[in-house]
Write a new protein. Sequence first.
Length: 130
Amino acid sequence: MLLKKLVSSIPALKGGVLLSDKADMHKLTIFADETFDVVYSSHTLEHAYSPITAIKEFRRILKPNGLLYVVLPFPDKGPEDAHGGKFELNTHQNSPLAVCSVFENCGFSLKSMHTDQYREPEIWLDLIKS
């Protein structure tokens, strides 16, 4: 509930959809192609059984030149049973370029990338649908 209230209070996110209570990120068939201007994913893809499939679904539902914002643990030291997606995402390595290449291979161009230690070690990616 708090997250929904927060999302509705941010002007850029008004009218947004929280996928966590609507669909499986691997199969977003409840949304038509090219529905959204922006997709935001924070600390979710590392839990995916097939992150590549989820990334391709994000791309499918984004409009042309749509933006994808992703936050991932980096390097990901989480347990394999909870963070199984880290191997497909290359977040288990200490190579930001290896992580970026996963998204580029799925049809995104990198706008910006940075790492930080604010909450935990993370990588932040700003991508655009190519």
